[in-house]
Design a binder for this molecule. Sequence first.
Ligand code: NAP
Length: 241
Amino acid sequence: MDDVNDKKTALVTGANKGIGFAIARGLGAIGFTVAVGARDTARRDEAVDRLRADGIDAFGVALDVTSDDSVAVAAKTVEQTAGRLDVLVNNAGIAGSSDGGAQNPSTLDLDVVRTVLDTNVFGVVRVTNAMLPLLRRAESPRIVNISSNMGSLTLQTGPQLAAYATSKSMLNSITAQYARELAGTNVIVNAACPGYVATDFTGFNSPRTPEQGAAIAITLATLPDDGPRGGFFDDGGVVPW
Ligand code: NAP
């Protein structure tokens, strides 16, 4: 094998800012080539430039997780550039509007639910299924789905957001489904909760940094072959479903 094939590649969706950017930088810092998945060209190019300025091997992947066509092209881009995929981090996510009680169960706006599911759940399925053939070419492929403890039916924590929280419950469930299907393979799938992190998502209203939020995803992206499968983890360990 030459050097190019020895180098592992990680695709992070929504990698242009926030926790996704921190995951990309963290994986790049430990030697991964980082495929920066982002839907906006200018924001994607800027993120790639910032990573390269930090000495990280990065390339941009045009990727809107709500578009089948965009996801198919993204898979081709990764295949042509890297030949295979070692790590997929499904990070792209949205909270959805909560204006006028749109996410209170009793006044739930089903269009908001559809929009949030399309990104946070269907987007993960689209990207995962498009990338799985490339992941299967890797020696120790890992998939990390960025969830939230707001999706935990046990904890029922955080503000009441009936589109967002339920999308993360479903993401947890689909993570377990993937892990069951892939149980007999080398593809390890888990969900991660980054904690409450200062990003655009939270109005930067937290002392917790994106780097701190990224740490659990990086751990799960680099699990050994006998690592846990089909679980839900944060910095403190297992998060109850
Ligand atoms: P953020 O700063 O708002 O970043 C979200 C990222 O997702 C952006 O890069 C955004 O791209 C991208 N994205 C949204 N829709 C997309 C689409 N259709 N296609 C491709 N990319 C898309 O939020 P964050 O706090 O880093 O959140 C990242 C993940 O962590 C999310 O899944 C979120 O649910 C989860 N999380 C966050 C917290 C927290 O406290 N921040 C807590 C628990 C879980 P654009 O720049 O183009 O919009």
